[in-house]
Design a protein around this ligand. Structure first.
Ligand SMILES: C[S@@+](CC[C@H](N)C(=O)[O-])C[C@H]1O[C@@H](n2cnc3c(N)ncnc32)[C@H](O)[C@@H]1O
Length: 247
């Protein structure tokens, strides 16, 4: 395949992840994925470890785990691999081919994960999925059951600064106009849920910005038309958690 044909194949796909596929070709994803990777504090080396990437979509984080030496990586998804609203599996399949990757794929819903169905994994990535689920605590039980050691969780958080564990519920298209967004827990709710499903040690990786910083950021986003309401821009954020089975 010449480079022109290759570019046409890449450009024909509606990418979510922004990903370098080598040979001078990068996907034009709607997500700034390298910036998100820098906030996850993934272990530098995953040598010899097994990794499960739940809700992998185009597979950026699965391929990154493989690049970091993981012995086995399984990418799972369901919703976005079946279109029509959220694209298809074509991006994952093409990226895997072009990267010469051995990442395995499994079409399975979060709610169907169990040690019997998929086994257990040293490291589980659960990135950008929690707030899409109608039953987040139940989903975390499923995720905990297949995590042997470390869970890396990234999610939208809401009600930030509220004194108690709490979660915002998004009816209809309230969050980002997307009807598949349901819940925005605050960091202490995520922490509490992770303990409740059996993780002994939970660390919040992302720094929690101060009230004045959040206020200034909300005004900045609003001024650029990136937030529908000042109050929600003030309360909402994204956060990363590392949860370990043993203290
Ligand atoms: C915002 S994307 C995040 C993709 C990727 N994990 C990342 O962080 O860039 C949400 C992903 O969650 C997946 N997802 C949503 N509901 C799911 C479910 N019930 N079971 C499995 N995956 C689901 C979607 O298909 C999509 O790939």
């Amino acid at each position: 395949m010449n480079s022109h044909e290759l570019e046409s194949r890449v450009d024909a796909i509606r990418w979510y992840h922004s990903m370098d596929l080598g040979r001078g070709i990068a996907t034009k994803g709607i997500d700034d994925t390298p910036a998100r990777l820098s906030r996850l504090e993934l272990p530098i080396s995953l040598a010899g470890r097994s990794v499960l990437d739940i809700g992998a979509w185009d597979g950026f984080f699965s391929f990154e785990a493989e690049r970091r030496g993981a012995a086995r990586v399984v990418a799972t998804d369901h919703y976005s691999w079946h279109g029509p609203t959220w694209s298809t599996k074509a991006g994952f399949t093409l990226a895997r081919e072009l990267l010469g990757s051995r990442v395995e794929d499994l079409d399975i819903d979060v709610m169907d994960l169990s040690p019997d169905r998929v086994g257990t994994f040293d490291v589980v990535l659960f990135l950008g999925v929690l707030y899409h689920l109608r039953h987040p605590l139940l989903a975390l039980e499923r995720v905990a059951a297949v995590t042997a050691d470390l869970l890396v969780l990234e999610t939208v958080v809401d009600m930030v600064g509220f004194g108690r564990p709490a979660a915002a519920f998004y009816p209809g298209r309230e969050l980002n106009g997307d009807p598949t967004n349901w819940w925005g827990p605050n960091p202490s709710a995520v922490n509490g849920m992770l303990h409740a499903v059996g993780f002994e040690r939970v660390r919040t990786i992302t720094p929690q910005p101060s009230m004045p910083y959040r206020a200034a950021r909300a005004i900045w986003h609003r001024a650029r038309g990136r937030a529908s309401a000042l109050s929600s821009a003030f309360r909402q954020d994204r956060a990363v958690f590392h949860a370990a089975k043993r203290a």
